[in-house]
Design a binder for this molecule. Sequence first.
Ligand code: FAD
Length: 258
Amino acid sequence: MTDAATVAPIAAEGPKRLPWRVATVSAIVEETWRVRSLVLDVPDWPGHRPGQHVDVRLTSEDGYQAQRSYSIASAPESPQLVITIERIEEGEVSPYLAMDVQVGDRFELRGPIGGYFVWTEAVGGPLFLVAGGSGVAPLMAMLRHRAAVGIGVPATLLYSSRTYEDIIYRSELDALAARGDGLRVVHTLTRGAPPRWTGFTRRIDAAMLAEVGFPASEKPKAFICGPTSLVESASRALIDLGHDARLVKTERFGPTGA
Ligand SMILES: Cc1cc2nc3c(=O)[nH]c(=O)nc-3n(C[C@H](O)[C@H](O)[C@H](O)COP(=O)(O)OP(=O)(O)OC[C@H]3O[C@@H](n4cnc5c(N)ncnc54)[C@H](O)[C@@H]3O)c2cc1C
């Protein structure tokens, strides 16, 4: 890994021009019953910016290859690269990464990729992050970066999970919000809440975005990531609420809802 402060290049020429590197799994974090984070050592990693992703390429013994994108969840300031994988039932790649991979295993990746869905301290705030499920991964890179540089840009994360047990990075999010540096974390649980839960218990909708988010007049930088349906409805709702479409950035992970 390079110095954390290195500004990562935008893959402006397209990911195909980026070299494949061999990543070694140095640690595994069980985030929830179906989500794991892989801590990776990647020699000669050029650095990244929060919100960017990598392509992971797996090759089986018979030479068959499968390739998928995974957001970088670690801050640029972190010495190792972290990706967070949700196991999709019947999926080709995610069950392997989320269940079978062991410390010491190696696979190929290339990146960093993407220059649009990116937030750094230079972009400023307020920062309004909206996530569904594992869509929190690139937003976590932004929050970790925000905490690492200590700039205290006003920020809100609105995070939709199925249940309390499905909340990824739960204790770290609690700790980040407890720093009292202008970060607010608001959860909504769509498939059942524990007793005494006082938070939201429905899918993210326009009323929730209006209640939790910053007013359009403050020109917040919005980043929405998760299942396609959530991303499309939340971005449409923000624009209907008067937010500038150029300040509402989206990343779609897959087809189903949280
Ligand atoms: C830019 C980008 C960043 C991404 N970052 C992450 C990340 O940080 N963490 C992460 O877990 N995933 C991330 N994804 C999704 C990831 O690339 C894969 O699509 C996902 O892991 C499923 O791959 P698979 O091979 O297991 O499933 P596949 O074999 O590709 O699909 C199996 C079945 O599951 C459905 N499916 C595919 N993806 C999803 C999904 N996300 N939700 C529900 N159903 C799905 C398919 O339609 C299909 O029916 C990202 C995607 C993109 C485009």
